[in-house]
Write a protein that binds this ligand. Structure first.
Ligand SMILES: NC(=O)c1ccc[n+]([C@@H]2O[C@H](COP(=O)([O-])OP(=O)(O)OC[C@H]3O[C@@H](n4cnc5c(N)ncnc54)[C@H](OP(=O)(O)O)[C@@H]3O)[C@@H](O)[C@H]2O)c1
Length: 363
């Protein structure tokens, strides 16, 4: 009998890693050994996966051997850590699935969303497959399905990003919760300029200002265009990743990424212009039958997706589908998805499971 592949979860203690361990416990068990790794800071204590306690192993110069004998390695670590260690794991024979931004631009690293371009994972010259960012993943299953039907010509997207999507997800959640504690019961806070900023204080965690009782029109770092006043890295990612996944390098995309005081669950308002005229009826049919998408669209009855309702679930939830007011070729709609699940852990795990399935007979 073919032995089950060995899986390494690198970054098992992080926001995405913690969700990954829950998913591994609930998904069909296709793995032999599951090895958990994190920084040397976290090594030693145990974490639970598949109902068993597993020791957390260190990743680092003295611990390279912890990557020996791994068939598939899920990298759920900061970009610099993935850039350093994913090639090491690949050189040792593992197929790496990386959730960071370290390899998403690399032409020799496929960028894969199983519902849209699963075939791309088959060709991986560096032994690495990249998983897109959380905002792209929130919208891409719905956009990909509509693209297949109507041919997308242009996208305008505004993402309302949750705190746990702020690069270092756990730090973002901790910062938002601390800020909410500082403003709770704060009388008339939010009624005078700067009062929320003073209540929260200087330490705003990974955010460039107070997030509690607020909205921050900036996430990520200054993008390739330069410094303040231009696109952020998150906005460039949405454009670049969507183009790569849809196989359309010239697709016109305008993106605005805004951080909102939601713990987990990204929301995206999408204006999609197509090559062909569209109808809401046909768009509903397409979305209702697309893998990874759930349609909830009866606004008169109060039925539309919100992050508070979809957190902890797997699909991208779509609602508010309407034909654009002044354009018969355009649709406007709203998508919500859990940024730690489909936006990170789930997509990476789906790719890893696809790779594991391809091993059957090879091992
Ligand atoms: N959060 C999201 O919504 C989201 C969505 C898509 C993609 N991603 C990407 O997924 C990755 C993980 O994000 P996250 O939100 O889970 O971050 P996080 O909460 O900060 O967790 C980071 C993980 O990486 C580990 N780590 C840090 N430095 C390390 C090192 N030198 N060696 C080994 N492990 C190290 C941490 O271990 P310790 O606990 O020991 O520090 C922790 O397990 C990032 O690249 C992020 O951009 C995140």
């Amino acid at each position: 009998m073919t032995p089950k592949p060995t899986l390494a979860v690198v970054g098992a203690t992080g926001a995405v890693g913690s969700v990954m361990l829950q998913m591994l416990t609930h998904h069909a068990d296709v793995w032999g050994e599951i090895r958990l790794l994190a920084s040397p800071r976290s090594a030693g204590p145990k974490a639970s996966v598949r109902g068993e306690e597993c020791e957390i192993l260190a990743l680092g110069e003295e611990y390279e051997h912890h990557l020996d004998g791994v068939d598939v390695a899920l990298f759920l670590v900061p970009e610099a850590v993935a850039a350093r260690w994913a090639p090491v794991a690949a050189a040792k024979g593992a197929v790496v699935v990386d959730a960071s931004g370290a390899f998403r631009h690399d032409a020799d690293v496929p960028l894969v969303v199983p519902e849209v371009n699963a075939h791309a994972a088959l060709v991986r010259p560096r032994g690495i497959v990249a998983s897109p960012g959380c905002t792209t993943l929130a919208l891409i299953a719905a956009v990909g399905a509509l693209h297949a039907e109507f041919g997308v010509a242009e996208l305008v997207v505004t993402a309302q990003q949750a705190a746990s999507g702020a690069g270092a997800g756990q730090a973002g959640v901790d910062a938002l919760r601390a800020q909410l504690g500082l403003v709770a019961g704060g009388g008339d806070l939010g009624t005078h300029p700067g009062d929320v900023r003073r209540a929260v204080g200087e330490n705003t965690g990974p955010f460039p200002g107070p997030l509690a009782l607020n909205v921050l029109p900036w996430s990520g770092t200054a993008g390739e265009d330069g410094a303040a006043g231009v696109h952020s890295s998150e906005e460039e990612r949405v454009r670049d990743e969507t183009r790569r996944i849809l196989g359309n390098p010239g697709l016109r995309i305008a993106a605005t990424c805004v951080r909102v005081p939601v713990v987990t669950g990204h929301s995206v308002s999408v204006h999609a212009r197509f090559e062909h005229p569209v109808t809401v009826g046909r768009a509903h049919e397409v979305l209702a039958t697309s893998p990874g998408v759930v349609l909830v669209d009866d606004p008169a009855a109060g039925d539309f997706p919100t992050p508070a309702d979809v957190v902890g679930t797997d699909p991208a939830w779509v609602g508010r589908v309407r034909r654009s007011m002044d354009d018969e070729r355009a649709l406007d709609f709203f998508v919500c998805a859990d940024n730690l699940r489909k936006g990170a852990a789930l997509n990476a795990l789906q790719v890893a499971e696809q790779i594991a399935a391809s091993f059957v007979g090879d091992m």
